[in-house]
Structures are given as structure tokens and as C-alpha cells.
Design a protein around this ligand. Structure first.
Ligand code: HEM
Length: 404
């Protein structure tokens, strides 16, 4: 059974009042596959394993100490981003913003979490990584027939329709990439010094230690890699592209706004449906009795455009956030780009740091204009995606260097 929520008040009831009763995840075919049989954080069911794994990445990836020690990675990647765009600025050529922003974000996340500079890897290049992120997310966001007909019929339709083989093909490419990264760690014995998430988890696998009542296995490692790879990279890139799109459509704001803004995660939350929740007991939401085992979807896209919460909801007006306490951190249920409650995004502050840094580099060093012959009215706003909603047509702009 499904229950869709479109209102900020009902989101608050689920994510705050009934957070504990609704915070597990449904078991679906694709999420089971891409989480290595629910050994990750995002798609695993609520319980001890989820809590311990979340603690682990908090310690290895999101702690202020780790963030500080990786400052040089962010600086190097920023430098590369600016250099790359400067070349196009010199020759006044078009930049498809998705490309440098993907390299920038994936570059930081790969080095931070995987200890791997994918520009220097011989087994993967940027184009293939990008393709794999998009393909994997499309598959994870797709429901299989077996989710609705768990008996033989669903299985048969998934095979006949080709969905099963598509999904398994992408999954084996993803596993292949992760195994290469892991092998590389083992070869160079980097795992001895706990310098990143992978080395820390490899140490736990090699010197079996119980975490709570379970042991960390290589499926836990790949499950977490899958979360970081899929949740960590694309949401940030998508948000930066939507922000640059809105700024290009509003040159007044582009000129004025060289400071942070919450506005764009309101209009274009990268994950408009959050991740699905599943009720663990009967609950009453907005007066409706919702039985145990009901899947709940929360639509932050409609909530962010609800005229009951926002004046001129369709308008991009970053100034609306100047005189309000509303922020994106999960206490204000009209703005939920990172979700709220127990299952909210643990990568929020890292995500925001990368996002702000990327946008700052683009806006501080460059002016941006549309290609000759194109006007603001020609900017295509069509959306595409299943789990994350991206801009369908690439955003191509011409940069001019104005600071060096
Ligand atoms: C701008 C960047 C990002 C955005 C907009 C974003 C957004 C989200 C959203 C909407 C959710 C679902 C929350 C819910 O269902 O209530 C989520 C979950 C999650 N995110 Fe992020 N995220 C970002 C960056 C990151 C990064 C950098 C990482 C890790 C490196 C990360 C790891 C996760 C994980 C592991 C979960 C699952 C949490 C759970 O189920 O317990 N995210 N994120």
C-alpha cells in the first residue's frame, strides 16, 4: 500500500511526530540490489545495523576533524575547476556546466571517501563515472514488477521486459568499479593508516571486530560505497546546475547574489520524493489511519511550491530568505532538500560545503552569458530523472573571467 504526502503539515507529522514509527525503508528489488542486500545506510531497514553504519560514516567521513584535514583536496579541486573554465573564457567558448561541476564534485567525494583521485586512475575516466552515476540512479529509482507481484509473475515480466538484465548490467559495472577501488587500496596497503572510509572499513573486515551484534563484511563496504557514490555526487551537481540556470534567467540576482542562497533547493530539490519510508506500526496522519507496512512518499517538490507556505511560490526570489528563520536543515517542513528526522541526509554539511564552494568559484571568478542568438526565454526548463530530478537539456554558457 502507498501513501503520498504533498503538504508541509503532513510531512511534519511523518518526519517529526511519527518519525520513529515510519522510519524504516521498504524492501524493493532495485534498492536491495544496489545496497548489496540492504547492507548500506540509505536503503537499509531501521535498526542496530543502520545506526552503527551511520555512526561509522559520521566518524570517518563527516566529522569536523576529517573535513578540516581534507581542506587541501577542496582547494586543489577548486583550482582545477577555475583553470578549466578559464581556458574556455580565454577563447570565449561554450561550457556545458554539468561536465566541470561533475568532475569537481566527484573529484572531492572520491578523494575524500575513497582515497582515490579518479583523474589518475587507469581503470575509470570521468565520462564513464558520470554515465555510471546516472545509469545507477535511474535503475535505483525504478520500481520492478516483482515489487508489485512478488511471485513468479513479477519475476517473469521483469525478465521479459528486459528490466532485470538492464539493472544487473549496471549493477555489475558498479561492483566492478568498487572492486577496482578496493583492490587498489589492498595493493598499496593504504588501508593500514585509516586515512579514509575504505581503509577504515577494510581494517574492520581484516581484523574482525564486532560492531554491536554484527560483523562488517565486504557487502557493508560496497553498500556504503554505493550510498556515497550515488547519494553524494549527483544531488550536489544537480543543485548547482539548477542554481546556475535560475541565476542565468534572473541576471539581477546573478549580479547581486554572490552569497549563499536557500532558494534554489526550494524550487528544485534534487530528490523531490525524499527516500521512501515504511510504517512499522499503525499510525494516524492527517486524520487518516495508515496501517503497518504502508509505504510513504513525501513530495518536497510540491511542498516547496505550495502557495499556502510561500508567496509567489513559482518565483525565484532569494531575498525571501533574508528576513526569515527558515532554513534547509530539517526543522522547517516547508523546505526539506535534505529530508528530516532519523532518516535525513547525513552528508548535508559536506554536500552544502561542496555546493557553496562550486557556486562561489563559478560566480566569483566569472561572468556568464548565454550563447549568441539565445535569450532567457529560450532556456529549457524540462526535468528528467527518477530518484533525482536533473535538468534535461545541458546548461551551456559562455564564461568571461572577471577576477584572477
Ligand atoms: C547537495 C547535496 C545533497 C543533497 C541535496 C542530499 C539529499 C538527500 C536526501 C533528500 C536524502 C533522503 C532524506 C530522507 O529520506 O528523509 C538523503 C539521504 C542520504 N544522503 Fe544525502 N544529499 C546530499 C549529499 C550527500 C552526501 C555528500 C552524502 C555522502 C557522502 C550523502 C549521503 C546520504 C545518505 C547515506 C543518505 C541516507 C540516510 C538514511 O537513510 O539514513 N548525501 N540525502
Amino acid at each position: 500500500m502507498f501513501f503520498y504526502l504533498y503538504l508541509s503539515s503532513s510531512a511534519k507529522e511523518v518526519l517529526k511526530t511519527h518519525d520513529l514509527e515510519t522510519c524504516t525503508r521498504p524492501k524493493m528489488v532495485t534498492t536491495g540490489l544496489f545496497s548489496y542486500n540492504f547492507k548500506d545506510i540509505g536503503f537499509t531497514q531501521y535498526g542496530e545495523e543502520w545506526g552503527e553504519m551511520k555512526k561509522l560514516i559520521g566518524l570517518e567521513l563527516f566529522s569536523p576533524k576529517t573535513q578540516k584535514s581534507f581542506r587541501y583536496i577542496r582547494e586543489e579541486e577548486s583550482d582545477l575547476l577555475v583553470k578549466k573554465i578559464s581556458k574556455s573564457a580565454q577563447t570565449q567558448t561554450l561550457v556545458d556546466l554539468g561536465k566541470p561541476l561533475f568532475s569537481f564534485t566527484a573529484g572531492i567525494i572520491f578523494r575524500l571517501a575513497f582515497g582515490q583521485n579518479f583523474r589518475k586512475c587507469d581503470f575509470i575516466d570521468r565520462e564513464r563515472v558520470e554515465e555510471l552515476v546516472v545509469e545507477s540512479e535511474t535503475n535505483v529509482g525504478t520500481l520492478a514488477f516483482s515489487d508489485f507481484f512478488p511471485t513468479g509473475l513479477g519475476w517473469l515480466i521483469d525478465r521479459l521486459s528486459g528490466q532485470s538484465s538492464r539493472m544487473n548490467k549496471v549493477f555489475s559495472k558498479l561492483t566492478n568499479l568498487f572492486e577496482h577501488v578496493i583492490d587498489d587500496h589492498l595493493k598499496t596497503e593504504q588501508h593500514q593508516d585509516h586515512s579514509n572510509l575504505i581503509s577504515a572499513m577494510l581494517n574492520m573486515i581484516n581484523k574482525p571486530t564486532n560492531i554491536g551484534s554484527f560483523k562488517i563484511t565486504s557487502d557493508h563496504l560496497k553498500g556504503v560505497m554505493s550510498d556515497v557514490f550515488l547519494a553524494g555526487v549527483n544531488a550536489g551537481v544537480i543543485t548547482m546546475i539548477w542554481t546556475m540556470t535560475e541565476l542565468t534567467r534572473h541576471p539581477r540576482v546573478m549580479k547581486k547574489l554572490q552569497k549563499k542562497d536557500s532558494s534554489n533547493t526550494r524550487l528544485h530539490p534534487p530528490a523531490p520524493l525524499l527516500l521512501p519510508r515504511l510504517t512499522m506500526s499503525d499510525v494516524t496522519i492527517q486524520g487518516y489511519n495508515i496501517p503497518k507496512n504502508t509505504m510513504i512518499e513525501i513530495n518536497t517538490y510540491t511542498i516547496g511550491r505550495d502557495p499556502k507556505c510561500w508567496t509567489n511560490p513559482e518565483e525565484f526570489i532569494p531575498e525571501r530568505f533574508s528576513n526569515t528563520s527558515i532554513n534547509y536543515k530539517g526543522q522547517h517542513f516547508e523546505l526539506l532538500p535534505f529530508g528530516a528526522g532519523r532518516r535525513s541526509c547525513p552528508g548535508m554539511s559536506l554536500g552544502i560545503t561542496i555546493l557553496e564552494l562550486g557556486l562561489l568559484n563559478l560566480l566569483y571568478f566569472f561572468d556568464w552569458r548565454l550563447p549568441n542568438g539565445m535569450t532567457i526565454a529560450d532556456i529549457d526548463m524540462e526535468e528528467v530523472g527518477a530518484l533525482n530530478i536533473a535538468k534535461k537539456v545541458p546548461l551551456e554558457l559562455v564564461p568571461t573571467l572577471h577576477h584572477s
